[in-house]
Write a protein that binds this ligand. Structure first.
Ligand SMILES: *Cc1c(COP(=O)(O)O)cnc(C)c1O
Length: 428
């Protein structure tokens, strides 16, 4: 594939923008080489600036569940843009999007719209602290909740539970209020609550992890999360920025029977536009300014063009649910990948919930960050490039889930499996 234009544009980007990108996940750091510069997209396809076509398994990291340029979403955005770009004042669309969210997610009675997933988790943490009057937060190693200071924290090296900064610029003071536990480990959580339960404001978690590759929670872990937080008066924050409207219309919580106090959303609820949200029980949400005293604001929050994209996306998902078809397509892809890898003698395992899927180059199925990080990432990098050269655009890291969209077809899945067969043959 000729990528001359991409290379030229990216060379200039590196002079203008740190690392040439506006978000590090897209920099190809984990697979080597340079990212591709895109021009347009339609349905399941992406087109780069050199005119090459790729079958998209990222969907802008999750939002594009309907595929690109879905006619209903495109029409809604066009209509909105003709009326206004922004008011910074109430609009009917905000009610419509809030109503769709409240109706879809049983644990959400009230919702506040923001402009990104990061803003949603940051605000939910502040609300949890304001509501409980406590400072400490529990998170899990390998879960990602956006670039919030208090969540850019790694487990300390000693057996002590206090976190250490995971990025320069995050203060030790901030990190000290974050406790990092092991995902899928009820005992670790029990120990933490036994020691510091009275100081913990909230536990935040990914209900199906997408950010260490797809990792599935055990029922025991989910039960411990709810029981321990309830017992100790801490809030349970279910971060559904990725899973909301993805693994089921009502999110992972409807699929897995989780009853969180607060939920964070993003990605799909903006249909490709910058929208995030956090919501939960009315009694808690009423603490947000101006109903209550916990400060949170945003000039472009509830932006009419962004909400129009979100409303059209959620209506489409509600009225013509693609979830059964997504399950079929994704199961077909999973089976095809596993069989092809085995035939080529390549050790691998898959994890999948609905249209979220990861092929790990590892013999054992990951359950937490320790097991996930044992995957052969250099093999993933070679697989990634072999697939890209065959026009298949996969996540540029072993530790990101791929997404199947409603615009994919059985034929496209079979083409992908055929490309994977060729790619695996080059790996062994
Ligand atoms: C993507 C993501 C975020 C951050 O959302 P941004 O819109 O990138 O700020 C937070 N939590 C989870 C689970 C995510 O997948």
């Amino acid at each position: 594939m000729n990528r001359t234009q991409s290379q030229q544009i990216f060379a200039r980007a590196k002079e203008l923008i740190p690392g040439g990108v506006n978000s590090p996940a897209r920099a190809f750091g984990a697979v080597g080489g340079e990212p591709i510069v895109f021009d347009r997209a339609t349905g399941p396809y992406l087109f780069d600036v050199d005119g090459n076509r790729y079958l998209d398994y990222i969907g802008s990291w999750g939002p594009m569940i309907l595929g690109h340029q879905h006619p209903a979403v495109l029409a809604a955005v066009r209509e909105a843009i003709e009326r206004a770009f922004s008011f910074g004042a109430p609009t009917p669309g905000e009610n419509q999007l809030a109503e769709l969210i409240v109706e879809a997610v049983p644990s959400i009675e009230m919702v506040r719209l923001v402009s990104s997933g990061t803003e949603a988790t940051m605000s939910a943490l502040r609300l949890a602290r304001g509501f409980t009057g406590r400072d400490r937060i529990v998170k899990f190693a390998g879960n990602y909740h956006g670039h919030v200071d208090s969540l850019l924290v790694a487990a300390g090296s000693s057996a002590a539970t206090l976190g250490v900064p995971n990025s320069p610029g995050v203060t030790a003071g901030t990190a000290q209020d974050t406790i990092v536990c092991r995902y899928n480990d009820p005992t670790d959580l029990e120990r933490t609550f036994a020691a510091e339960g009275s100081q913990i404001a909230a536990v935040i978690f990914e209900p199906v992890v997408g950010n260490m590759g797809c990792v599935v929670p055990t029922p025991e872990f989910l039960a411990a999360l709810r029981n321990l937080t309830r017992q100790h008066g801490a809030l349970l924050i279910c971060d559904e920025v990725m899973t909301g409207f993805r693994v089921a219309y009502g999110g992972a919580q409807s699929l897995l029977g989780i009853e969180p106090d607060l939920t964070t959303l993003g990605k799909i609820i903006g249909g490709g536009m910058p929208v995030g949200a956090y919501g939960g029980r009315r009694e808690i949400m009423q603490h947000i300014l101006p109903a209550g005293k916990v400060f949170q604001a945003g000039t472009l929050s509830g932006n009419p063009v962004a909400t129009a994209a979100g409303i059209a996306t959620l209506r489409e998902l509600r009225d013509r649910p693609p979830y059964a078809r997504l399950e079929e397509l994704s199961a077909r892809l999973e089976l095809g990948l596993v069989q092809s890898a085995r035939e080529a003698g390549i050790a691998c395992t898959t994890t999948r919930v609905g249209s979220m899927l990861t092929l790990f180059f590892s013999a054992t199925r990951p359950t937490d960050w320790t097991t996930a990080s044992q995957s052969d990432t250099s093999r993933y990098a070679r697989y990634f490039w072999a697939m890209l050269d065959r026009g298949i655009y996969l996540p540029c890291s072993q530790y990101e889930a791929l997404f199947v969209s409603a615009a994919h077809t059985p034929e496209l899945i079979d083409e992908t499996i055929a490309a994977a067969k060729e790619s695996f043959a080059k790996l062994s």
